[in-house]
Design a protein around this ligand. Structure first.
Ligand code: ZN
Length: 449
C-alpha cells in the first residue's frame, strides 16, 4: 500500500495526505496553503491525483489549512463521503463560508480568481458525516478508522486508520498542554506509522502560569499609558481561550476597567458554536455564573458584528483592547487597527499565536521597523510582545512524549506541518528520545509501506 504527501510538507499549511491500496483511496485532510509567498498559486494547482477516484476524505479538524481545499475537491468531481466530528462540521461551515466571502471581496478588489463558491461548500457539507470520538467507521472498502481527541481546538482529532493490518495515525494538529477549555490530548495506544505535525518542533513553551502573568503585564503596560492594545487572534479557539482567560481576570478583580472589543464576525459566530458544543470542552471553573452569563462574556465586552459597529471603535479615544482577526495579520479587520495604532508609541500589539513565514505578523514579531499595510508604509513605534503559551500547538517536549505509544513502538514517524529548518531540528531532537525511524517527506513523495 502507498502513502503520499500532497501538502503540509512545504511549511505549516496545506495538509493533505493520501492512503491507497488496490481497493481504496482515502484522503486525510485537504487544506489551503497560507502565508508562504507562492502559496496562493499552489492552491490553484491541480491535485496530483484524480478527485473522482478518491473514495473518502477524513478531516482531522476545522482549521482552514486542513479543510480549505475540500470544496475544491468537490468542485472537481469528488462525490464520496467526508468524515469529521460534529463540532468540526459546524466550525468548518462558518470558516469556509467566511473564506468564500473573502475570496469574493478579493475578486472584486484585485480581480483575483475564485477557488470555489457557496454552492461547492453546500455540496461539500451535504457529503459530510459527523462521527463521534472513539466510534469505529469505515471510510472505504477494507479501511477502518477512529477519531481521538487531539486537544487542539473544539472537535479536533487525531485519526487512526487500519488498512491491511497496518495501523496509521495522522496527528492533525496536537494541542498545547493545559489549555484551560480543552481536554488533554489522548495518548497513542499503538501505531505502526505516524504522520506527525512539527509546528513547534524546535521550541519549549512557557508554563500556563507565566501565560497569565504575561497577559496581565501586556494589558496593564499599554492601558496604563493610555494606549490601545491590539490582540490579533485566530477566530477559532485562541479567541475563546482569551475570552475565558480575561473573564477569569475580571472575576479575580485583576482586569482594568476598559472596553474590550471583539471585532471579528467569525470569532463571534465561532463562540456560539463553542457554547453549543460545550460538552466537548473542559473547564476549571463553572460554566455559568448566572443564567445569562457564561465565561465567554463579561462586563465591558463589546461584540462588533457589523462594519458600522467596527468602525465606531475609532470613536472611542481612551485606552482599550481590540481582539481582531486575522491571527497572522494577513487580512481582516485587524489590518485597519494596525494601520491606525502601530505608529503610536503608547499602544501595543500582543501576539498570541504562530506567525507563518512571509506573513505580516512574522515581520512585526521579528522586529521590523516599518511595514506595508494596504500600500502605505507604517512606522512601528507600538510595543510588540508575545506569549508562546497561548499557542494551540504542542511544543517539542510534549510531542516527543506523545510519540511514545502505550503499547509497542512506532516503526516510522513522518514529520509534516512545519518549516523545513524546524523539521530538521525536531528530527534531531526526536532521534535522542524515541527509537522510531524519523522521515521528512518531500512534496508528492510516495512511500510503499
Ligand atoms: Zn490547526
Amino acid at each position: 500500500m502507498k502513502l503520499s504527501f500532497h501538502g503540509g510538507v512545504r511549511g505549516v499549511t496545506g495538509s493533505c495526505f493520501l492512503l491507497e491500496t488496490e481497493k481504496s483511496k482515502v484522503l486525510i485532510d485537504c487544506g489551503m496553503h497560507q502565508g508562504e509567498r507562492e502559496s496562493k498559486e499552489w492552491n490553484f494547482d491541480d491535485f496530483n491525483f484524480d478527485p473522482k477516484a478518491i473514495d473518502a476524505v477524513v478531516v482531522t479538524h476545522a482549521h482552514y489549512d486542513h479543510t480549505g481545499r475540500v470544496p475544491l475537491l468537490v468542485k472537481k468531481g469528488f462525490t464520496g463521503k467526508i468524515f469529521m466530528t460534529a463540532p468540526t462540521k459546524a466550525l468548518s461551515e462558518i470558516i469556509l463560508e467566511d473564506a468564500v466571502h473573502v475570496m469574493a471581496e478579493n475578486a472584486k478588489r484585485n480581480g483575483d480568481e475564485v477557488l470555489f463558491d457557496l454552492t461547492d461548500v453546500t455540496k461539500m457539507l451535504s457529503q459530510t458525516v459527523g462521527i463521534n470520538y472513539h466510534t469505529k467507521f469505515s471510510p472505504a472498502t477494507g479501511v477502518s478508522a477512529m477519531f481521538h481527541d487531539a486537544g487542539h481546538i473544539l472537535g479536533s482529532a487525531f485519526v487512526t486508520i487500519e488498512i491491511e493490518n497496518k495501523k496509521f495515525l495522522f496527528s492533525g494538529d496536537i494541542g498545547n498542554q493545559e489549555i484551560p477549555i480543552l481536554p488533554e490530548t489522548e495518548k497513542i495506544q499503538s501505531a505502526d506509522f505516524v504522520i506527525a505535525e512539527s509546528t513547534y518542533g524546535n521550541r519549549d513553551h512557557e508554563s500556563t502560569d507565566q501565560r497569565k502573568k504575561k497577559l496581565i503585564l501586556a494589558i496593564t503596560q499599554v492601558i496604563n499609558r493610555g494606549g490601545t492594545l491590539i490582540i490579533p487572534a485566530f477566530s477559532i479557539e485562541r479567541t475563546q481561550e482569551l475570552l475565558y482567560e480575561i473573564d477569569g481576570l475580571v472575576d479575580e478583580g485583576l482586569m482594568l476597567e476598559v472596553p474590550i472589543y471583539l471585532d471579528s464576525p467569525l470569532a463571534i459566530k465561532a463562540t456560539e458554536i463553542y457554547r453549543h458544543y460545550k460538552h466537548y470542552l473542559r473547564f476549571d471553573r463553572p460554566i455559568l455564573k448566572s443564567p445569562d452569563h457564561d465565561f465567554f462574556t463579561f462586563p465591558r465586552l463589546k461584540e462588533t458584528l457589523n462594519v458600522d459597529a467596527s468602525k465606531a471603535i475609532n470613536d472611542h479615544h481612551g485606552p482599550k483592547i481590540i481582539i481582531a482577526g486575522s491571527g497572522m495579520m494577513t487580512g481582516g479587520r485587524v489590518m485597519h487597527h494596525l494601520k491606525r495604532y502601530l505608529s503610536d508609541k503608547k499602544s501595543g500589539v500582543l501576539i498570541i499565536g504562530y506567525q507563518g513565514e512571509g506573513t505580516l505578523g512574522r515581520k512585526i514579531f521579528n522586529g521590523a521597523k516599518t511595514v506595508d499595510i494596504h500600500g502605505d508604509e507604517i512606522e512601528i513605534h507600538a510595543q510588540i510582545s508575545a506569549i508562546g503559551a497561548f499557542s494551540a500547538h504542542a511544543d517539542r517536549n510534549k510531542m516527543a512524549h506523545w510519540l511514545v505509544p502505550v503499547e509497542g513502538e512506532i516503526k516510522k514517524v513522518f514529520l509534516v506541518h512545519g518549516d523545513q529548518d524546524v523539521k530538521i531540528d525536531f528530527k534531531k531532537f526526536l532521534q535522542k528520545k524515541i527509537k522510531s525511524e524519523i522521515i521528512i517527506p518531500e512534496f508528492w513523495q510516495v512511500f510503499e509501506l
